[in-house]
Design a protein around this ligand. Structure first.
Ligand code: ATP
Ligand code: MG
Ligand code: MG
Ligand code: MG
Length: 494
């Protein structure tokens, strides 16, 4: 169909390539090349950072880039741009997503950039201007940055209604790649999914009704290590449009997860789970939690596949550690909430490859390796959990008299966490069932001391694999059988 993910991606590239003389440059791998300031590629501009900084070898191919278009694989699960905690809870942040981008390196500037973006959205993708809001930088006195009045006037000239042009400050409208690196004021385009009212108060509030689609960054500075802003040698344009969010609009869906990038995956998850089909709820309560688990698993398996294909496997530090956390989080949501059997996560990979493989052929090439790495890591995690349960059973036998010893020893909890990566929220739940509590004061001290030393636990830390304790509690309350299928007994079975 006209607005399939494949066509929408291609329309973007064709528009800039054919109508506006941009050069198509393929996505870089998600592992950053020679940039220690990054864990993962978090935006389309990362691979072009040397051009923006004026640091590119004049003899290289890149030195000739003036206008560029691409569709970049991005991961935002660590560093300055970290969306991991939102993923699954909302319907428009992913850990892996595709950012379609266009660039001018010292070529055209604000006026053309705004005009091209407006023309693509309203003429080629057919969006109604009365669903769109645009924003511009309102300035920041403390940093001596002026308001971007020029951009406000450009939008007025294009014909955008006055009350749809909104000012925002540093937080929303001054884009920065990381703690250091290229940055500048930006102008964004937001979409109102409902229409028929003044939705301007909802822009940039996190409401799923009005969602940010496209960011046009006017690159003018480099953020230096000392925090100061150094003007760049030339003014550039760097834009990023989230494909998943764009598709939701064009396919007339409220949620990214209802688009053709995700629905085959959610159907597949349904087949391997012991739950009803995905229902799209974000509300609290059991059903909302099951739907959240669907979203987390779908999101995370995409991220795992893309990262492993690009040479980042779950491991012990840097991006590898982040990926390990993502894997363990996916395993817990899949086994504990969706009641899927061991191996389910890896079995989803062919569906990821089917959806994304044409755009990113490296997924086809590495499919088998992706499955086996996911399976091996899942086995390892589940056996750590099993080992942990054994230690808990020894330390706090079910039959013992708890009145005499109501506190579970912190050093044991600490060692479960440190050496086995046993999730502390799961420990807490198991102890609760036995009328016990961990010695939290001492445990916090142990955790803080470790944190200060900066050493990582052998496996995933709590905050990152955290599965809402209430998820398990409410599953229990609301009648999902918590006998032989319950999480802790499942672990005992493995
Ligand atoms: P948000 O405010 O929604 O978190 P952002 O301002 O952090 O988005 P930008 O850094 O401006 O995002 O990135 C450009 C575009 O990439 C966004 O306008 C959006 O369409 C898309 N995008 C950003 N983060 C995500 C994500 N986690 N998942 C999906 N799309 C994203
Ligand atoms: Mg963000
Ligand atoms: Mg934003
Ligand atoms: Mg933005």
């Amino acid at each position: 169909t006209k607005f399939s993910s494949k066509n929408v991606r291609q329309t973007f590239i064709d528009f800039f390539e054919q109508k506006h003389q941009h050069l198509y440059v393929p996505s870089s791998p998600v592992r950053p090349r020679g940039d220690p300031s990054l864990l993962f590629v978090n935006a389309g501009m990362n691979q072009f950072k040397p051009i923006l900084l004026g640091a590119v070898d004049p003899r290289s191919e890149m030195a000739r880039y003036r206008r560029v278009v691409n569709s970049q694989k991005c991961v935002r699960a660590g560093g300055k741009h970290n969306d991991l905690d939102d993923v699954g809870r909302d319907i428009y942040h992913h850990t892996f997503f595709e950012m379609m981008g266009s660039w001018s390196f010292g070529d055209y500037f604000k006026e053309e950039a705004c005009a091209m973006a407006w023309s693509l959205l309203t003429e080629h993708y057919g969006m109604s201007p009365d669903r769109l809001y645009v924003s511009y930088f309102s300035g920041d006195a403390a940093s001596g940055l002026p308001a971007d009045e020029e951009t406000r006037h450009i939008w007025l000239d294009i014909g955008v209604q006055k009350d749809r042009i909104l000012p925002f400050g540093l937080q929303e409208n001054f884009w920065e790649m990381g703690d250091t690196g290229p940055c500048g004021p930006c102008s964004e385009i937001h979409y109102d999914h409902l229409g028929g009212r003044d939705a301007s108060p909802l822009v940039n509030t996190g409401s799923p009704e009005v969602v940010e689609l496209w960011n046009l960054v006017f690159m003018q500075y480099n953020r230096e290590a000392d925090g100061s802003l150094r003007p760049l040698p030339q003014q550039s344009v760097d834009t990023g449009l989230g494909l998943e969010r764009l598709l939701a609009v064009l396919q007339d869906k409220r949620s990214n997860y209802d688009t053709d990038l995700f629905s085959p995956l959610l159907d597949h998850i349904h087949q391997v789970s012991r739950c009803g089909p995905y229902g799209g709820r974000v509300a609290p309560g059991l059903e909302g939690r099951v739907d959240m688990a669907y979203r987390v698993v779908a999101d995370h398996v995409r991220t795992l596949a893309v990262c492993i294909a690009d040479g980042v496997s779950p491991g012990m530090s840097g991006p590898e550690l982040v990926l390990r956390r993502i894997l363990r989080r996916a395993v817990r949501f899949s086994t504990e909430v969706l009641q899927a059997p061991q191996g389910a996560l890896g079995s989803l990979v062919p569906t990821v490859v089917q959806v994304l493989g044409d755009a990113y052929p490296e997924l086809h090439r590495h499919q088998e390796q992706i499955v086996s790495i996911i399976d091996d890591n899942e086995d390892q995690f589940l056996s750590s959990l099993q080992q942990g349960v054994r230690i808990i059973n020894k330390t706090a036998p079910l039959s013992s008299n708890h009145n005499s010893q109501p506190l579970f020893p912190a050093p044991v909890a600490w060692s479960l966490h440190r050496n086995l990566g046993f999730p502390l929220d799961l420990l807490q739940l198991i102890l609760e069932e036995r009328g016990l509590q961990v010695d939290q004061v001492l445990l916090d001290q142990l955790l803080a001391r470790n944190h200060k030393r900066g050493s990582e636990p052998a496996v995933a830390s709590e905050s990152e694999t955290h599965l809402d304790v209430h998820t398990l509690a409410s599953l229990k309350q609301q009648g999902i059988k918590h006998t032989d299928q319950s999480p802790k007994y499942q672990y005992n079975l493995h």
